[in-house]
Ligand binder design. Structure first.
Ligand code: PLP
Length: 376
């Protein structure tokens, strides 16, 4: 009996210098939620994103969404439009602030928020006297949303866009990098993302003023006084200097990680091209996806499940696409503007192992099992 090594969906992939940055934190006793690694990490992200942006390193992507919404003025009783087809962390912070999410379905070109349904949702809410306070748009699996259309809508109605780029560091539209495309941007460095600090996130803004406010709120909103004085409610959301050391090393290998994940996607696509029943998401013209996860669409939920279970039997982790928020029990009572697109993607789609540390033998193991399912 041979034992197979487990193939994970997306596991951390550490480079050469992470440990030395972490060691520097130990050597200088900067084991605190701020310090030179935090500054260095923020500077590295700012340099990479370019475009004159400012970055506040935080304890998670979820914290960044929470602070981003707060800084956009979202509060109790407000409505926030949110892409339904996403991870729950995109929507949960709306509720932390006492606001209400309104979900909008996806379009099939990018799997992201549909500009058509978004307009419809805004018109409907305005007609009912409830102009939405913000829009949360997501670059799901690394594929950018329709930036031009979203900007037009945002400008036309005067509603800011919080860009959830948690899965899309390294993706671009034209010359512009994901994370810099909305009114404010959000990054995540969770363990399964394209690069990781084990846990972490960042808020991206083009205003130094807003970055300072984000840092202020993330460190308990302390007023400038020798004693501890507070004039508003703060949070404990700053990234630790130890974890930021991992992030500095990871930023040095980001482009390699993107190249590896894109190569995995192309290999799957090429090797599975004979199977006409399997579809892959194409990049619209000018769009460049980091291909965080390689996803396939199968003809039906039954076939999707057959493949998933066959992979599982051989110690391979795969996962259905995100279950849309408008179908989640916790958001049962929320208003939504949907046309069935994300529900269909959820039913038929499967995320394949995509970690940048996988090799060709690993991918071949996955591919052979899928092929067997179609040609028994
Ligand atoms: C991972 C993720 C988040 C949350 O990031 P954390 O760092 O895990 O809090 C938010 N939105 C999307 C789309 C994500 O994939």
């Amino acid at each position: 009996m041979i034992t197979l090594t487990k193939i994970w969906l997306s596991s951390p992939h550490i480079g050469n210098n992470e440990q030395s940055y972490v060691q520097q934190a130990f050597d200088s006793n900067w084991i605190a939620p701020l310090g030179p690694n935090v500054d260095g990490f923020e500077a590295a992200i700012q340099k990479y994103l370019d475009n004159g942006v400012y970055v506040a390193a935080l304890s998670s992507g979820t914290a960044a969404i929470h602070l981003g919404l707060a800084l956009l003025g979202v509060g109790k009783g407000d409505e926030v439009l949110c892409q339904s087809f996403t991870f729950s962390a995109s929507a949960n912070p709306i509720c932390y602030l006492g606001a209400t999410p309104i979900f909008v379905d996806s379009e099939s070109d990018t799997w992201n928020i549909s500009p058509v349904l978004l307009r419809k949702a805004i018109e409907d809410r305005i007609a009912k006297g409830k102009k939405p306070k913000a829009i949360i748009a997501v670059h799901l699996y690394g594929m950018p949303y329709k930036v031009k259309e979203l900007r037009e809508i945002s400008d036309h109605y005067g509603i800011p866009v919080l860009e959830d780029s948690a899965e899309a560091l390294g993706s671009t539209v034209g010359m512009e990098k994901c994370g810099t495309l909305g009114t404010m941007g959000v990054l995540s460095f969770n363990g399964n993302k394209i690069i990781t600090t084990s846990g972490g996130g960042a808020l991206v803004t083009n205003s130094l003023e807003l970055k300072k406010k984000a840092v202020f709120l993330s460190t308990q909103a302390r007023d400038d006084a020798p004693h501890y004085q507070h004039s508003q409610i703060g949070y404990n959301y700053r990234l630790s200097n130890v974890l930021a050391g991992i992030g500095r090393g990871q930023m040095e290998v980001l482009e390699e990680r993107v190249a590896a994940r894109r190569a995995h996607f192309e290999y799957y696509k090429q090797q599975l091209s004979e199977i006409k029943e399997i579809e892959f998401l194409k990049e619209p013209k000018g769009f460049f996806s980091n291909r965080w996860l390689s996803c396939i669409l199968t003809p039906s939920k039954n076939i999707r499940e057959l493949i998933r279970l066959a992979l599982q039997e051989y110690e391979i982790e795969s996962r259905p696409l995100w279950k849309p928020m408008h179908l989640q029990p916790v958001f049962d009572n929320c208003i939504s503007f949907v046309d069935g697109t994300s529900e269909d993607l959820f039913n038929r789609g499967l995320c394949l192992p995509s970690g940048s540390n996988l090799n060709r033998d690993d991918l071949n193991r996955v591919i052979e099992i899928i092929q067997k399912n179609f040609n028994p």
